[in-house]
Design a protein around this ligand. Structure first.
Ligand code: SAM
Length: 278
């Protein structure tokens, strides 16, 4: 784990600006959430029947939002993993600070290598499968970790119209990866072996400049308070970078939709689909 990342003396504007997107998210403890945030978690909780008996796995958990909040709501236990050590470090800090009593373990792992002796009732992927170069291969690995029956919980972004090339390039600069440029049917193709037990499709509403400023200020104030950072240049560098991330996400919203979906794997039907999709 790169402990240096959370040591104040390392911080300079160049250092902050040169961090990878995910390490920056870890540094400032951005609560990197699934599309739909708490609302999507509430739907999963009800439509996938997550209870105190559930054992959940959060894939590419970043700072641990989904598993932490679901454990808080339901008393379920589980595991979250992410390849970014600073993000996992923050997931553990968040657990201590915000939800001490929850039984979720956060570990650093590459998803292609993660394995587990225990099986999970629910595997949370959110929008994270698109961060893996081969989403289908990653999903197939996860299906092998499910109890029977078991659930995959996703919130996939898809395009509703073509994203201009200029915006894609800008997003690549900000996030270090290409945003999803695939349409709904192509995004959902990887799930064809599963039963769709719940789904809704949503149009994201853009955030106003005031909303983005308030969110950014809340997050940067928190990290500066915790790290006792008083240097205005460091504050401003972190603020500007986080604001740019938020503005880029906001600009993409115009071209995106997202769904909230509960997919069931049952050995009696897997890997076929015997129902129509509507
Ligand atoms: C946008 S975040 C996922 C956000 C959120 N968990 C969600 O529900 O959409 C993408 C995360 O994927 C992680 N990631 C990328 N490649 C990975 C890999 N091979 N193994 C594990 N995590 C990975 C990144 O470190 C980052 O924290």
């Amino acid at each position: 784990m790169d402990k240096k990342l959370t040591q104040k003396k390392q911080l300079s504007p160049e250092y902050i600006n040169n961090l990878s997107y995910t390490d920056f998210v870890g540094l400032v403890n951005q609560w990197n959430v699934l599309p739909g945030s708490y609302v999507s978690l509430t739907k999963w909780r009800h439509f996938a029947d997550i209870t105190s008996k559930s054992n959940i796995l959060e894939v590419a958990c970043t700072t641990g939002f989904s598993s932490r909040e679901l454990a808080y709501m339901t008393g379920c236990k589980g595991v979250g993993f992410d390849i970014s050590a600073p993000s996992v470090q923050q997931a553990n800090e968040n657990k201590k600070y915000y939800k001490k009593k929850i039984n979720i373990k956060y570990i650093v792992s590459d998803g292609y290598k993660f394995s587990s002796k225990e099986k999970f009732s629910h595997v949370i992927v959110g929008a994270a499968l698109r961060f893996f170069p081969d989403p289908q291969a990653m999903l197939n690995r996860l299906l092998g970790m499910l109890q029977d029956p078991g659930y995959i919980l996703a919130t996939e972004f898809y395009t509703t119209k073509d994203i201009p090339q200029k915006l894609i390039k800008e997003a690549q600069g900000v996030f270090g990866i290409t945003p999803t440029t695939i349409a709904y049917k192509d995004v959902m193709k990887i799930y064809e072996s599963l039963e769709v037990v719940y789904e809704d499709r949503n149009i994201p509403l853009k955030e106003t400049d005031d909303e983005i400023n308030f969110y950014t200020k809340s997050t940067i104030d928190r990290v500066c308070k915790l790290m006792k950072i008083k240097d205005e240049t460091i504050y401003q560098t972190m603020f500007n970078r986080l604001k740019k991330i938020k503005e880029m996400s906001n600009a993409l919203r115009e071209y995106q939709g997202y769904n909230v979906v509960v997919l069931r794997r049952r050995k009696e039907t897997f890997p076929n689909r015997f129902t129509e999709l509507f």
